[in-house]
Design a protein around this ligand. Structure first.
Ligand code: LIP
Length: 256
């Protein structure tokens, strides 16, 4: 039942973003940062997702990017990004998705990420593997970071600090490593799980960006930690996801 409701919710959100995609005069407002848009599609997608969840589980706790925390005393929490890759969406770049995870007693147990523009639905349930459109997916076996293809992203509010995002990406680029910037953390993570990318890291993402992709990578045989090599928690900002083999090399390069 939980899986069916999760899939119904992610599909409901995806239907909405497909409807609004490439709309002329899309209503857009800006959150914090230079260009951190929220569109009428984000709000409409979130509303459609809430309707599905509340129809089946009215007492569950919900944490969503646009509405924040709707706290309820429940062992279940839904962690929702109604559009991950919002700048891509607002620009008409079809590299964006709906990302929803289910947390039970503080542990992510299920996640779904749907990019309707590529007709790609990623799903994972704890202990039961990860799938893309129902087919099992696995991380790569690549063992040489210099021959890897990795992804990263950058925060809306740049963090000037030692080992900041610009310094970090410079280390990979100077080593000749292929680096991509998709603009959606959830898809970065799913592409690691599907073996399109060998690793992904980012200094500062939100819980809703990473929650679903985290379990999808784990269930595909990957490793996901924070920058200090602790098991990833959605409630802290840094993330490194890899095919497991390359994880130590990734952390070494980031902290070099
Ligand atoms: C985005 C992330 C991306 C990050 C962007 C932004 P949004 O989430 O998915 O990885 O680099 O700065 O946070 O805002 O599109 O939901």
């Amino acid at each position: 039942m939980l899986k069916n409701v999760l899939l119904e919710a992610v599909e409901a959100g995806a239907k909405v973003i497909q409807y609004y995609f490439n709309t002329k005069n899309l209503q857009i407002s800006n959150k914090e940062g230079a260009y951190n848009p929220v569109t009428e599609a984000d709000t409409a997608s979130e509303k459609a997702i809430f309707e599905v969840i509340r129809k089946h589980y009215p007492t569950h706790f919900i944490l969503s990017e646009e509405s924040g925390e709707m706290h309820q005393e429940s062992e279940y929490k839904w962690i929702i990004d109604p559009i991950d890759g919002t700048v891509n969406f607002a620009q008409g770049i079809p590299v964006c998705c709906v990302s929803i995870a289910v947390e039970k007693n503080g542990e992510i147990i299920m996640g779904a990420v749907f990019n309707p523009f590529m007709n790609e639905l990623y799903f994972a349930e704890k202990g039961k593997g990860a799938t893309l459109n129902g087919e099992s997916i696995k991380v790569t076996q690549k063992a040489d970071l210099n021959k890897a293809c990795i992804a990263t992203g950058f925060p809306y509010n740049y963090v000037e600090s030692e080992n900041d995002p610009l310094t970090s990406i410079g280390k990979f680029i100077k080593s000749g490593i292929s680096v991509r910037r998709l603009g959606s953390a959830a898809l970065d993570l799913c592409w690691v799980a599907a073996g399109r990318l060998d690793a992904y890291y980012e200094h500062k993402i939100h819980s809703w960006d990473g929650a679903a992709g985290y379990i999808i990578v784990k269930e595909a045989g990957g490793k996901v930690t924070d920058f200090a090599n602790n098991e990833y928690s959605v409630y802290q900002p840094s993330i490194v996801a890899s095919n497991t083999i390359l994880h130590d090399a990734m952390l070494t390069k980031i902290h070099q």
